[in-house]
Design a protein around this ligand. Structure first.
Ligand SMILES: Cc1cc2nc3c(=O)[nH]c(=O)nc-3n(C[C@H](O)[C@H](O)[C@H](O)COP(=O)(O)OP(=O)(O)OC[C@H]3O[C@@H](n4cnc5c(N)ncnc54)[C@H](O)[C@@H]3O)c2cc1C
Ligand code: SF4
Length: 480
C-alpha cells in the first residue's frame, strides 16, 4: 500500500487532468471476450482522486441512487489509504465491483460533479472500480463475524442485483435467507445478459461466494410459480417473509412479418446462449448461429451488448439498426464508443419493417425504412417518423431484437392476490410491501427495465423494511 499522501491545495487539484481508462486494443478485443476496460493503476487512481475537491455539499452524491459517500471514499484514496477507502465504499454499496463497471455514471454522479462545470468531472466510476477491485483482491476468504440469529426465515425470488443485495443485508441482520433462482447459475442479468467483456463472471461469482459465506443458501433451478407458488413458500415451507426480485426478462418483439424465420433471436435468448451457456465455445452443448452478417435492432445497453457479441462471434458487418438518432440512444456513451472502435456498423434513423427469408425459411435480409425525427413524445424524446419510399435491404443471416422486455407473468399468474399494474409489474407500498402481507418486491419487476444500481438500492431498502416487518410481527412472550 502507498504511504499517506500530504493534503493538496484546491488550486493544485484543479491543475490535474482527468485520467483515462486503459482499454484492450480495439482490433484484438473485437475477436475475444476478455474485459475491455483494464482498470487504473494505483498511482493513476490516486492522482485522479486528488482531482476531487472534497466538496462539503457534494452534488455528485445526490446523483447516486444509493447515495455512495463519494467524497468520503475518494478522499481516503487521495491520501493513499486504500483500506479506509474500501471501508467507506463497502458501507454504502454492496456490489461496488459491479456498479463500478456497469453504472451509467456519466448520467448519474459524474454529470453533477462540480469539476465538470469547467472541464471534465472526476472519474468517479473508475475510482469506485479501482477501490472495489483492490478490496476484492485483499479481502481473502475471511468468514464474517457471526450475528445473533433472529429465528426468522426469508425467501428471496431471483438472484439478480436486487435479490443478491437483499439477501446479503438480510443475512447480516440475522435472518435465515434462501435465494430461489430459476436458472442454473445465480446473478440474473449480471451473468446471463451483460457479457464477459464488460463484467467478468468471476466478479459476480466472488460476490455470490461472499453471500454463501454469510450463510445465504442459494437454490438454483427452482422456478417460483412452477416448483413452488408464493403461497406454498409461506404456508408449507414456513417462510416468514418473501422478497420477489424476479426481474423483467420476458422479451418484446417488433411484431413485423418474418419474425418466425430461422435466425431470429430475442436479445435475451441470444445473450443467454452466449454468456450463460458459453455458446462461443465450440465444445458448448448450446449452440448459437455464428453468422457472417448480423443485424441487431435497438439502441439500449442490451442492443449494444448483442451487436458487440455478434462481432466477437465473427460477424462482419455486425450492424446496429436504431430508429432514432445517436443523441436519443439510451445506451451508455462508453459502450457506444467501444462498439464503434470495434467496427460495429451503425444504421441510425432506420426502422425494420420486414424480415426476409430464403426458400428454406432462413433469414436472408432485413427490409428497413429510413426515418426522420418529428415532434417530441410524452418523455420529451423526438419521435421517429418514416420517410416515404425510403425502403432498403440489409443482407444478414441473423437478426437479434433488443427492443425491450417486460414482466414475466408466470409468478404473478399463480398468485392472484398479488396486485400488478396494467403492464404486469408488481405494485408495492411505501415500505416495498406488495398487496400480500409479508411479501415484498423490488428491482425490475416493480420498476420495469431499469438499472443495476436501482435494483441494488431496492434490495437494500427492502431488506430493512422486511427486518422492521419481522420485528413488528414478533409476538411478545407471555408470562406463565
Ligand atoms: C443485456 C443487458 C445489459 C444491461 N446493461 C446494463 C448496464 O450496463 N448498466 C445497468 O445499470 N443496467 C444494465 N442493464 C439493466 C440491469 O441489468 C437490470 O436493470 C437489473 O439486472 C435488474 O435487476 P433485478 O435484480 O431486478 O433482476 P434480474 O437481474 O433480471 O434478475 C432476476 C432473476 O430472477 C430470476 N427469475 C425470474 N423469474 C423467476 C422465478 N419465477 N423463480 C425464480 N427465479 C426467477 C431470473 O432468472 C434472474 O436471475 C442491462 C440489462 C440487460 C438485459
Ligand atoms: S462533486 Fe466532484 S469534486 Fe465535489 S466531492 Fe463530488 S466528485 Fe469530488
Amino acid at each position: 500500500m502507498s504511504e499517506a499522501k500530504p493534503k493538496i491545495k484546491a488550486a493544485e487539484r484543479m491543475k490535474i487532468n482527468r485520467q483515462a481508462m486503459p482499454a484492450r486494443d480495439a482490433v484484438e478485443r473485437s475477436h475475444t471476450f476478455g474485459e475491455v476496460n483494464l482498470g487504473l493503476l494505483e498511482q493513476i487512481a490516486i492522482l485522479e482522486a486528488q482531482r476531487c475537491l472534497e466538496c462539503k455539499e457534494a452534488k455528485c452524491v445526490a446523483g447516486c441512487p444509493v447515495a455512495v459517500d463519494i467524497p468520503g471514499f475518494v478522499a481516503k484514496l487521495a491520501e493513499g489509504d486504500l483500506q479506509a477507502a474500501a471501508d467507506v465504499l463497502a458501507n454504502c454499496n454492496a456490489l461496488p465491483c459491479i456498479s463500478g463497471r456497469v453504472c451509467p455514471q456519466e448520467k448519474q454522479c459524474e454529470i453533477l460533479c462540480i469539476r465538470g462545470k469547467k472541464g471534465d468531472p472526476v472519474a468517479i466510476g473508475y475510482l469506485e472500480r479501482f477501490v472495489a477491485d483492490w478490496a476484492l483482491a485483499h479481502r481473502g476468504v475471511r468468514k464474517a463475524a457471526p450475528v445473533p440469529l433472529s429465528g426468522k426465515k426469508v425467501a428471496v425470488v431471483g438472484s439478480g442485483p436486487a435479490g443478491l443485495t437483499a439477501a446479503g443485508e438480510l443475512a447480516k441482520l440475522g435472518h435465515e435467507v434462501t435465494v430461489f433462482e430459476a436458472l442454473h447459475q445465480p446473478g440474473g442479468v449480471l451473468v446471463y445478459g451483460i457479457p464477459e467483456f464488460r463484467l467478468p463472471k468471476e466478479i459476480v461469482k466472488a460476490e455470490v461466494d461472499a453471500l454463501v459465506r454469510l450463510g445465504v443458501e442459494i437454490r438454483c433451478n427452482v422456478i417460483i410459480g412452477r416448483s413452488y407458488t408464493i403461497d406454498q413458500l409461506l404456508q408449507e415451507e414456513r417462510y416468514d417473509a418473501i422478497f420477489i426480485a424476479n426481474g423483467a426478462g420476458l422479451p418484446v418483439f417488433m411484431g413485423i412479418p418474418g419474425e418466425n424465420l430461422k435466425g431470429v433471436y430475442s436479445a435475451n435468448e441470444y445473450l443467454t446462449r452466449v454468456n450463460l451457456m458459453k455458446a462461443f465455445d465450440p465444445n458448448s452443448a448450446t449452440p448459437v448461429l455464428k453468422a457472417k452478417q448480423v443485424v441487431v435492432v435497438g439502441g439500449g445497453n442490451t442492443a449494444m451488448d448483442g451487436v458487440r457479441v455478434a462481432r466477437r462471434l465473427g460477424a462482419d458487418p455486425s450492424t446496429l439498426v436504431y430508429r432514432r438518432s445517436r443523441t436519443e440512444m439510451p445506451a451508455r456513451i462508453e459502450e457506444v464508443h467501444h462498439a464503434e472502435e470495434e467496427g460495429v456498423v451503425f444504421q441510425m434513423l432506420t426502422n425494420p419493417v420486414k424480415i426476409l427469408g430464403d426458400d428454406k425459411g432462413w433469414v436472408r435480409a432485413v427490409l428497413c425504412q429510413r426515418m426522420e425525427l418529428g415532434a417530441p413524445d410524452a418523455k420529451g424524446r423526438r419521435s421517429p417518423v418514416p420517410i416515404p419510399n425510403s425502403e432498403f435491404e440489409i443482407p444478414c443471416e441473423v437478426v437479434v431484437e433488443a427492443i425491450g422486455t417486460r414482466a414475466n407473468p408466470l409468478l404473478t399468474a399463480t398468485t392472484p392476490d398479488l396486485k400488478v399494474n396494467e403492464k404486469g409489474y408488481i405494485q408495492i407500498d411505501a415500505n416495498n410491501m406488495t398487496s400480500k402481507p409479508g411479501v415484498f418486491a423490488g428491482g425490475d419487476i416493480v420498476r420495469g427495465a431499469a438499472t443495476v444500481i436501482l435494483a441494488m438500492g431496492d434490495g437494500k431498502r427492502t431488506a430493512h423494511a422486511i427486518d422492521a416487518y419481522l420485528k413488528a410481527s414478533v409476538q411478545p412472550a407471555t408470562a406463565n
